[in-house]
Design a protein around this ligand. Sequence first.
Ligand code: GLN
Length: 491
Amino acid sequence: MAEMTEWTAREALDALARGEVSSEELTRAFLARIERLEDRVRAFITLTPDSALESARAADRRRAEARRSGETLPPLLGLPLAVKDLLALEGVPCTCGSRILEGFIPPYTATSVARLLEAGAVSLGKTNLDEFAMGSSTESSAYGVTRNPWNLDHVPGGSSGGSAAAVAARMAPAALGTDTGGSVRQPASFCGLTGIKPTYGRVSRYGLVAYGSSLDCVGVLARTAVDAALLLEVMAGHDPLDATSLDAPVPRFRFDQEPDLRGLRVGVPKEFFIEGMQPEVESAVRAAVARLADLGAEVIEISLPHTDLALPVYYLIAPAEASANLSRYDGVRYGLREPAGALWDQFKDTRGAGFGPEVKRRIMLGTYALSAGYYDAYYGQAQKVRTLIKRDFETAFTQVDLIATPVAPSTAFRLGEHRDDPLSMYLEDVFTLPVNLAGVPGLALPVGFDGQGLPVGMQLLGPHLGEEVLFRVGHAYQQVTDWHLRRPPLD
Ligand code: GLN
């Protein structure tokens, strides 16, 4: 029997269903691995081993009972998972990687998390992230940096770097992440994982701490397309608690097909292969596209002409929305409070002490872009260009069924490499941002390694609500390749 922590979520659930292992044993195996490796990786902000074991035992009792009663069991019963610390889980501290939320314990649970728990999942703990999800390396967390399990001197990507590192290190079979501008796909790519950023509105944002509300999506970091679909299916669907959640049916993703892609048109946008990108990234992605062609897909060169405007547009819209969303941290309602004489001083001192430099930079950028006299020139203009970017995708999807691109221009960079140069950090997001601006779904998949042994990722992009085609193609690719089965050299 393979090591339990090596199982995918699907394999673990099958073993649980066959009675080969109990949820308690499985949960203990992951907790033991966390204990052994966490000092080196630092994927978690909060671990909840006691409540994890308690839920695992409850899952085991329920399974035993069902053997007698014949009750149908929920789909994730007894499966351990990790949750990005930007999602609320009742009774467990939620820091968002920020000092300003120190001590804050949410009295409610995010819908996405609640649906997983109702389906029987067991939460192991809350994972590290860039402060308020602002970043691409997990270095802006107030709780220390997370390291990439493939090479501990490199970043795991961000902002869902803790979730990615935990899954890559086999500390959890899957984890929740969030993606406002690439924060599921880029860490998935840097850590050799499969990550889904669903269509905007596919998964409720209730209980997800807001960053850029018109862009934020809850997604999954997993090892396979099958596992990513398994979790998405449980989380997706309308939620009356989030006015932007879509009232669209959630398909049951099926994986019983042969890897046959005949009749499928794959677009490769020329704007995503740019000067200055790491040559090994380009060659691995082109080889992966050739693999899709081997399976019968027709590959077509396409153009998304406004791609180069996505970066400036995103870095106006996201900070603008963030500056409004973060105004609620005033030292009165949540977490940290710097006592001071006058109320106004309390606001200033709390925010001054509680927010880190990247968050402050975004608040200033966003406030400026929204200020009277500049609103039309910056925010208004950015919204117009966003429409052009959206139209690029709509036009492309009249020609092709899905689009394949690199996730990031390079593999995982070294810790500290971009830390003091925000602009160079923002440039890491060039390929992921347009997808959030357009609101369409994206699936990141491992497609190779560079010369240093660091994973390379490809993203498959689909039309609005087109997750099904992404999973189908992702799974076909994983049926004929084994990049997603490689494990980092941690042991
Ligand atoms: N790196 C991007 C940013 O800093 C995206 C982050 C995210 O998706 N949360 O805003």
